[in-house]
Design a protein around this ligand. Structure first.
Ligand SMILES: [Zn+2]
Length: 252
């Protein structure tokens, strides 16, 4: 399950979000892949611009799942907001996405993977559930890492960890398959130029680890994708899933 955070990008030429959308539609591995886009609806350099809003509409029109990441100017931490401010920003994000796509988002991903019981309660009250990740490309621009020189070993490490949970029966089965959530950042120009290579790496490390793939390894149907994503959500602050990078150490 391919998921993208922080977008859409606002660039008028060579837009990385556009490049990601074009690659998902046509690539050597599987055409017409559908992904989940965790959008920032008010980002000053992205979703809050005319170009950004048009791309949110395009993501929906092309059959992807449009979800919420933030509805603030910046990539703000939901856990550091007062409950009133958080509720306000969640409502704004839902309203923004309904205005562009006609559909209320059912999925949310917290900036910096930071949440607590109060955050989850606000998400729930606004009709959304939280999706974290199993694999992470570590390509977030804001973390200062634009170039992953060890893409393959990184994916291999994350998938090996995920494989243990899968083998232990700790992951959901939806429509006959276990969704494995992978996170990228579509605003990252390096990612957008290499997303095809990343897809190849994912298939390659799955084979190396003897993780059996579905006939079509990537989701290509919005309803099926959303069902799988909802089944993979975390809805209790007591669950302490492994977060990418150093975030467990930082938040817990
Ligand atoms: Zn983010």
């Amino acid at each position: 399950m391919l998921t993208f955070d922080d977008g859409p990008a606002a660039a008028d030429s060579d837009n990385p979000t556009v490049r990601v959308l074009e690659t998902l539609a046509h690539n050597p591995y599987q055409d017409n892949i559908k992904a989940v886009f965790f959008t920032q609806t008010r980002a000053w350099h992205g979703g809050g611009t005319d170009t950004g809003r048009a791309l949110i509409r395009r993501e929906h029109a092309e059959g992807h799942v449009v979800a919420l990441h933030s509805a603030t100017w910046f990539h703000s931490n939901h856990r550091f907001m007062s409950r009133a401010t958080l509720d306000e920003t969640m409502q704004r994000g839902v309203d923004d996405l309904v205005a562009e796509t006609g559909v209320a988002p059912k999925l949310v991903r917290p900036p910096f993977w930071a949440y607590d019981a109060e955050t989850l309660d606000s998400y729930r009250q606004h009709g959304m559930q939280m999706l974290l990740t199993d694999l992470n490309a570590n390509d977030g621009k804001i973390y200062g890492i634009n170039f992953s020189w060890h893409k393959r070993s990184n994916m291999l490490t994350h998938l090996a960890e995920t494989r243990k949970r899968w083998a232990a029966g700790a992951m959901p089965v939806v429509d006959g398959s276990t969704p494995i959530v992978v996170t990228f950042h579509d605003v990252n120009t390096y990612t957008s130029r290499h997303i095809e290579e990343y897809m190849g790496i994912l298939l390659d490390v799955a084979r190396e680890l003897d993780v059996p793939l579905a006939a079509k390894p990537f989701y290509d149907d919005r309803e099926e994708l959303e069902r799988a994503a909802l089944a993979s959500t975390v809805n209790s602050a007591d669950a302490k899933p492994q977060l990418p990078g150093l975030w467990n150490w930082l938040w817990q």
